[in-house]
Write a protein that binds this ligand. Structure first.
Ligand code: GGG
Length: 348
């Protein structure tokens, strides 16, 4: 039995994962789905954003299909109880340290991109984001300075093992593409980035066939909108990867188009659209399900060894887009269900 833990979460999470499940049920009917509560939805019913039974379900599954978490109703909660902690707890609990975030422009979406069409057409990159370190997991706190001012801190921290293992994923990913790896850091200012750069250079010795270069994150953000075609595989830390991938998504048309895979050292992974819960449009049937459907394709490829089915899904999404299927984020008026219908119709 192949068990998929379906954690739909908050806001538009349930709407977009429903479409991903629909596509999977059509093409891989042997998959068994078990739903678990996560995020604000879990806090409401079980008093915790990541209840132990949800983590247990995720651990015994072959793969996790995740929607989104985040709910403004819980903005005032202490950090440990906020919906977003569920996603961090799952990544840490499952040992998922590498996040693949591919960004490419689907033909026909030139008009939706924030870039000029001739520049937008060149975007085809993957960001390899480190996922279990950095300011997300370093020491955090709030307090008062000696003069009585309120202060807060989040420690940016990496050790050499953490950097080396994500660097390896970066090099290996580059090997499956154009053999070009860019490491993004802020080594002119940050000690963690200087360590990062040293370790990436050391790992590079094992990958002489991959051309490695380095760039500061501020320059990378600028270059991404100036000339995205120069990038192939980008490896970077947790915070920089989070920010750069949102930026890349708008170059590729919409944040509703970018899927992701969170991977560790086993075949198990967690797959989710890079977008959040979008509370402003939740429940209105307006969300773009493409990122969730493309995340399901990544799940088939990376965790379930079914690249043929993944290819069919990606081809169907591309064909639906080319035929003019558009949700509001892409400048159209299709509902979430109608976009799902358009993709299903292309599955053949
Ligand atoms: N589907 C992505 C999602 O729900 N994101 C909300 C979130 O908590 N993001 C934090 C992160 O990706 O690091």
């Amino acid at each position: 039995m192949t068990l998929i833990a379906l954690l739909a979460g908050d806001g538009i999470g349930p709407e977009v994962t429903a479409q991903a499940r629909r596509v999977l049920e059509a093409l891989a009917p042997d998959l068994v789905f078990e739903e678990g509560a996560v995020g604000g939805a879990a806090y409401r019913t079980q008093g915790h954003p990541l209840p132990p039974e949800t983590l247990a379900l995720a651990k015994r599954s072959d793969a996790v299909l995740f929607g989104a978490v985040g709910d403004p109703a819980f903005d005032a909660l202490e950090r440990a109880m906020r919906p977003e902690q569920a996603i961090l707890g799952l990544r840490k609990g499952l040992g998922l340290f590498a996040n693949l975030r591919p960004a490419k422009l689907f033909a026909g979406l030139e008009d939706a991109s924030a870039l000029k069409p001739e520049i937008a057409r060149k975007i085809d990159l993957v960001i390899v984001r480190e996922l279990t370190g950095d300011v997300y997991f370093g020491d955090k706190g709030r307090g008062l300075t000696r003069t009585g001012l309120r202060e807060g801190h989040d420690l940016m921290r990496y050790d050499e093992v953490e950097v080396a293992r994500i660097a390896r994923v970066g090099f290996e990913t580059a090997r499956t593409r154009r053999h070009k790896l860019l490491s993004v850091d802020k080594a002119n200012v940050l000690e963690t980035s200087q360590l990062w750069r040293d370790v990436v250079n050391e790992v590079a010795r094992d990958f002489p066939d991959v051309a490695l270069s380095h760039m500061y994150v501020d320059n990378a953000a600028m270059q991404l909108v100036r000339d995205p075609g120069q990038f192939d595989t980008i490896v970077t830390g947790n915070l920089f990867g989070d920010i750069l991938s949102d930026q890349a998504s708008m170059c590729a048309g919409s944040i509703g188009m970018l899927p992701s895979a969170a991977l560790g050292s086993s075949a198990q992974g967690m797959y989710e659209p890079i977008h959040g819960s979008a509370p402003d449009i939740a429940g209105q049937g307006k969300a773009n399900p493409c990122a969730a459907i493309l995340s399901a394709a990544m799940m088939l490829r990376h965790s379930l060894d079914r690249a043929d089915v993944a290819d069919r899904i990606e081809t169907a999404v591309a064909a639906a887009i080319l035929a003019g299927a558009r949700t509001a984020d892409l400048g159209g008026s299709m509902s979430t269900d109608a976009m799902g219908d358009a993709i299903m119709a292309q599955l053949g």
